[in-house]
Ligand binder design. Structure first.
Ligand SMILES: Nc1ncnc2c1ncn2[C@@H]1O[C@H](COP(=O)(O)OP(=O)(O)O)[C@@H](O)[C@H]1O
Ligand SMILES: [Mg+2]
Length: 376
């Protein structure tokens, strides 16, 4: 035992010497670098690709603005299960012409709630707009009049009454006499109720028809010679999405290169029943089943690459280059004659994005990715 302890001590000393020799400093790991809070979702949206949300967008705008005539400060939560399209709906509202003269801020909150960072992010986004206006008009022009504000707080997970009250209070004071419209997206109806100042809005599931259209877009249905044959099976698969956009995307991605038999095997997979074999069915069952189907239909090396991402904490932003280096170092990705190892790594990232297992995180300098919260 004493011998073993001695060896362990020697090893530790060795490591400690290396630490000094190579000038590694404690706490400067890429992990610390990467958790800097940046906006992981962004207000950008390609409207042409978003289907079936026009009416809901108008509804949300009127819920915000009709009340806004009489009230200076409104928090309207949008709630619904993960992947259903809350962030997308908020993006549509954010970029709507109705708010073109508002000062706007978009803050991605996720699981780490930090009121100082939320406030800092909002204020810096407003200040940028103000300084841009001043610069454009020259120094002798009166400062621009203050505008009404639209703030989106995307993906709120915080339950604590105390913290939510503090958030509410600070949002209220930010307006400084102007109207403040806030949209909060959250999965949790109880969080929505706690933060709301007007009745929270539960986002509707997409229709089966829309889910089928999402799938058709991804599989390039119109260009397929066998499209008539695929139609009925495709529609049945679309029904299994339960109105969840993310499920439709994941299934579409999986079906892209499959033939008719492949589509039938997806439709008839036992996974659909397995997911609801518990005591209670949940709206998540079908989403999880579609992600599980995607997972098992991928090649083993890609499953390894994905599983590796589980070592990072929830909400962690993974830098693309680091991730590829780590996959290569662990021998998950091997060189081939056709593509370089690096291209191979990039392809893995593309595939995981396509399967909706990873999502893009907006950052100014590097490509960062998050595990989709569904996969955490
Ligand atoms: N109406 C829609 N039409 C097409 N794609 C959609 C639609 N709504 C959402 N999506 C896509 O589905 C995925 C999940 O949507 P998202 O808004 O992130 O869901 P949530 O915020 O509820 O988790 C995203 O990739 C988004 O682009
Ligand atoms: Mg979201």
């Amino acid at each position: 035992m004493a011998g073993k302890m001695k060896k362990v001590r020697e090893k530790l000393e060795n490591i400690s010497n290396h630490l000094h020799q190579f000038s590694f400093s404690v706490g400067s790991s890429s992990y610390v670098q990467q958790v800097i809070d940046e906006r992981a979702t962004s207000p950008e949206v390609v409207e042409a690709e978003i289907l079936g949300r026009d009416q809901e967008k108008q509804k949300v705008i009127s819920l915000l603005t009709n009340l806004g005539n009489s009230s200076e400060f409104i928090i309207l939560p949008i709630y619904g299960i993960g992947g259903i399209g809350k962030t997308t709906l908020a993006q549509l509202v954010f970029s709507d012409i109705h708010f073109k003269d508002h000062e706007k801020a978009w803050v991605y909150i996720s699981q780490t709630f930090d009121l100082n960072k939320i406030n800092g992010s909002i204020r810096s986004q407003f200040q940028i707009e103000q300084s841009q206006l001043t610069d454009a008009k020259g120094p002798n022009v009166d400062p621009p009049t203050r505008k009404n504000m639209l703030i989106i707080l995307d993906d709120l997970w915080e339950h604590s009454d105390f913290k939510l009250d503090a958030l509410k209070h600070s949002l209220k004071t930010i307006g400084n006499g102007c109207k403040v419209h806030v949209i909060v997206t959250t999965r949790d109806a109880s969080i929505a109720q706690k933060i709301q100042t007007t009745e929270a809005y539960q986002i509707e599931p997409l229709s089966n028809e829309i889910c089928w259209t999402i799938i058709k877009q991804i599989v390039s249905y119109e260009d397929r010679a066998d499209k008539e044959r695929l139609k009925e099976t495709g529609k049945e698969i679309a029904e299994k999405c339960g109105g969840v956009a993310l499920a439709a995307q994941a299934l579409g991605y999986m079906l892209r290169f499959r033939n008719f038999d492949g589509w039938v095997s997806v439709k008839d997979s036992g996974i659909w029943n397995a997911s609801s074999s518990g005591y209670q069915t949940s709206p998540y069952d079908n989403v999880l089943a579609s992600l599980k189907l995607s997972y098992i239909s991928t090649l083993p090396y890609l499953r390894l690459c994905f599983a590796y991402c589980a070592i990072f904490p929830k909400g962690h932003k993974m830098a693309k280059d680091d991730l590829i280096y780590q996959w290569v170092a662990l021998d998950f990705i091997k060189p081939s004659d056709e593509v370089s190892t690096w291209q191979h790594g990039e392809n893995c990232i593309k595939q995981l994005l396509g399967m909706s297992f990873l999502q893009r995180s907006k950052s100014t300098s590097v490509s960062n990715y998050l595990l989709h919260t569904f996969c955490c």
